[in-house]
Design a protein around this ligand. Structure first.
Ligand code: ADP
Ligand code: MG
Length: 767
């Protein structure tokens, strides 16, 4: 019984089977299956079979039977049993044939191995997974057994080298053979070094990753990345290394290509004169080229992470930031022209900013390129300025022609109005009420005459009698009149300069210029102020002319009139020389003052410049050509007393019939014998038909058939003694160059008054 209790309590399960029935089962095995020992021992042979897992029944049964049929050696088997509740458990079974109750029986010693079996299962499973993972990652697995000095590989290991285990001859290779087959000769030292370190290391967790070149089975070169670990024995010696290889040839090639193109672009970027930079989507600098870095006094590698606020004044940085945001937002490339002063000195640049996009089109930053366009900009500005000046000159020319034409016709009409109103006034008594009306007509017409005179001056069609004169003394003579004109509150300062020579000009024109400019200056000064008149010289060179369309080079005499009045803005300055341009209220300004000045100066081949700033005052500078001749005698003064004729015969030629008649009537009144002709041919006929002497020819200058000058010459053949008096509204280059009369020629400007005519006629006759 001692043995029995031992067996019963054993951790081993023990069963004795005889004739298909369980003759004995210990507690251990019974409880394992969820039975009692008695229960087991009452099972029929068919029920005993049910205790075995269906898949294992045959083996177990065969083994048992074979035991009984002669072979007496013990056997060992692993199989699955079923518990009463259906759970499966693994057992290791030792079978023995024994004598039981005098007959052979099978004794089974049973150990539960379920736990071990499950562990094995799990291991198999994870190995399969590992292998799958390696295949998916295209990893070549290897183990190196240090003791055996052999490499072990998986299939994929060979696939990496573009070969297979069959071709190479199995899954094992010696390190030498491996090196010979697959290592790139140049990288052998790298690998040898890694191996050496792996063997020498004392670190049980040593692991490494490195890259080296290989040779594929087809002879091409490639790259792999190796990651490996070491296994140590309990003495700390490395007995094994294992790891995985990965083909990285493609990545390496991409990297190489990138590096090559990078360096290509780098040389490109560094060698062009343009400035280049990139920024991210928050306007933070990423990179730039040397040229740009130098501008902002850094090196390119100091740039990353900085913004425009680190290099430029706040306002400018704000502007750059705004440009950036717009481009990042709209995705449009923009060309921006702007000022830039990297080293204090200001230049013009053109910046092209273009968004940088990712492959999916998302904007991740921007690229900027800019370069110096100062030269182009300057040329542009100059061209624009010259064009504007030219346009202005052309406009003035056109307006002048128009004004001149109108004034000329208007002048003729005025002559008629003035003449007839004078004649009519003579015929009514002083107390007659009509006399007052006629007086009004007469003075209105006279005022109109002033306007046409100014217009003609502007149009350079006024007739002038230039004299060679000294600028300083002429100005000085005018000072008193000018002082009266501007009033006591305004200082008039006179700075005569050294004037190199005389100018050739009609003195009344110079008076006119001074008066017009001083009146304007006076109007520009609110209460008190100062007007300065100065003279001097100016040399105008070709460079200056290149920038000022209307100027020509030469030596000039300068006349300047400045005031410290209200000044003008640019818009006003642009228009001041146009006739009828005025900023003064209705009835205050005619807008003819400066246009007259302009016309006079042009007629005398001079120029005028104006400098003005609002609230700063204004300076007009007039440049008159220096005259090389001497100063002439003062012209004779007219004796206005002797105006009556003595019956001399006067031939009047004028195509305007009204003026012709008027002139005739005036001259008759002053006791002249008058012959009238409406055209030069008629005049010649009348002259030929006339029997007596003809003392004077009064002729219009511009007429359809021939001009007054020619007519005079023709008549001189018939009447060598004949005197001439020319009259004209304008002279249009016919009587003399640019409306300037030859010296000594008698001339009367239309419109004229009765008295004017009488005086001029007398003068002409008495020459
Ligand atoms: P007007 O004096 O009849 O207005 P002008 O031709 O003399 O005509 O002048 C034209 C305009 O030029 C003036 O209305 C005025 O606006 C401006 N101007 C001329 N001279 C000066 C000056 N010295 N200071 C300020 N503005 C001036
Ligand atoms: Mg004026």
């Amino acid at each position: 019984m001692k043995y029995r209790s031992l067996v019963d309590l054993s951790l081993l399960g023990i069963i004795i089977v005889q004739d298909g029935c369980i003759r004995y089962a210990n507690r251990m095995i019974a409880e394992k299956g969820g039975y009692s020992t008695d229960e087991l021992m009452t099972l029929s042979p068919a029920e005993v079979v049910q205790l075995i897992h269906p898949e294992d029944r045959e083996i177990v049964w065969n083994r048992m039977l074979s035991r009984l049929s002669g072979k007496q050696e013990p056997a060992r088997n692993e199989c699955r049993l079923l518990a009463k509740d259906g759970t499966v458990y693994w057992v290791d079974v030792h079978t023995n044939i024994i004598e039981y109750s005098g007959r052979p029986a099978v004794q089974m010693c049973i150990v539960d191995i379920t736990e071990r079996k499950l562990a094995e299962e799990a291991l198999r499973h994870s190995e399969a997974q590992l292998s799958n993972a390696m295949n998916i990652a295209k990893l070549g697995y290897w183990e190196y057994d240090v003791v055996e000095n052999m490499f072990n590989f998986n299939d994929h290991f060979y696939a990496i080298f573009r070969t297979s285990a069959e071709k190479v001859g199995g899954y094992k290779l010696s390190p030498d053979r491996y090196a010979e087959l697959f290592l790139h000769p140049d990288d052998m030292p790298i690998v040898a070094d890694e191996v050496k370190k792996a063997l020498e290391t004392t670190d049980p967790h040593y692991s490494r990753q490195f890259e080296h070149r290989i040779i594929y089975a087809d002879g091409q070169a490639g790259y792999i990345s190796v990651r490996f670990f070491v296994v140590k024995d309990n003495q700390g010696r490395t007995i094994k290394t294992y790891g995985a290889n990965q083909d990285i040839t493609e990545r390496k090639q991409r990297e190489e290509a990138l590096r090559e193109s990078e360096s290509k672009y780098r040389t490109l970027v560094e060698n062009i004169p343009q400035r280049i930079f990139t920024k991210d989507k928050d306007s933070v600098y990423l990179s730039c080229n040397e040229n740009f870095a130098r501008d902002i006094a850094i090196t390119p590698d100091q740039l990353a992470g900085k913004t425009d606020y680190d290099f430029f004044p706040r306002k400018l940085a704000d502007k750059y930031r705004a440009d950036d945001s717009r481009i990042l937002e709209t995705g449009q490339t923009e060309a921006i022209e702007e000022k830039y002063s990297p080293a204090g000195q200001e230049i013009w640049i053109q910046t092209i900013k273009t968004p940088i996009r990712q492959e999916d089109g998302r904007i991740v930053g921007l690229l900027g390129v800019f370069w110096d366009i100062t030269a182009r900009k300057r040329a542009e500005v100059e061209r624009e300025k010259l064009q504007a000046q030219l346009n202005q000159a052309q406009k003035m020319e056109a307006v002048g022609r128009l004004a001149g034409g109108v004034a000329h016709d208007y002048n003729n009409i005025l002559s008629v109005i003035i003449g007839y109103s004078e004649l009519a006034m003579d015929k009514v008594l002083a107390e007659d009420p009509l006399r007052k009306d006629l007086n009004e007509i007469h003075s209105a017409a006279n005022r109109s005459k002033d306007i046409t005179r100014q217009l003609l001056a502007f149009a350079r069609k006024g007739t002038i009698a230039p004299e060679v004169m000294d600028l300083n003394s002429t100005v000085k003579n005018m000072l008193n009149i000018l002082r009266k004109l501007i009033g006591e509150d305004i200082d008039l300062v006179w700075h005569p300069g050294k004037v190199p020579g005389p100018v050739l000009m009609d003195p009344s024109q110079l008076d006119q210029i001074l008066v017009n400019l001083c009146i304007n200056a006076r109007d520009a000064i609110t209460d008190i102020g100062r007007i300065t008149i100065e003279t001097g010289t100016a040399t105008i060179d070709a460079d200056y002319c290149a920038e000022h369309a209307e100027f020509i080079p030469g030596e000039f005499v300068l006349l300047g009139v400045s005031d410290d009045g209200c000044g003008m803005d640019r818009d006003t300055v642009e228009h001041i020389f146009e006739p009828f341009f005025t900023t003064k209220g209705v009835g205050k300004g005619t807008g003819l003052g400066l246009s007259t000045v302009y016309g006079i100066i042009k007629q005398n081949n001079g120029f005028i410049n104006v400098y003005s700033e609002p609230n700063r005052g204004t300076t007009f500078r007039i440049y008159l050509p220096r005259h090389s001749g001497d100063i002439s005698e003062k012209p004779r003064t007219i004796d206005e007393q002797i105006v009556n004729g003595g019956g001399e015969t006067v031939l009047v030629v004028e195509d305007e019939i009204a003026i012709l008649k008027l002139t005739g009537r005036i001259l008759s009144r002053y006791s002249y014998n008058v012959l009238l002709a409406q055209s030069p041919s008629e005049a010649l006929k009348v002259a030929q038909a006339h029997s007596g002497k003809i003392s004077l020819l009064i002729t219009d200058v511009v007429m359809p058939e021939m001009n007054g000058r020619e007519l005079a010459n023709r008549l001189k053949i018939l009447y060598p003694e004949i005197k001439c008096l020319f009259m004209s509204g304008y002279t249009a280059n016919v009587i003399a160059h640019r409306g300037v009369l030859d010296e000594g020629i008698a001339f009367i400007q239309k419109p004229f008054s009765t008295k004017d005519l009488a005086v001029k006629v007398r003068e002409a006759l008495e020459k």
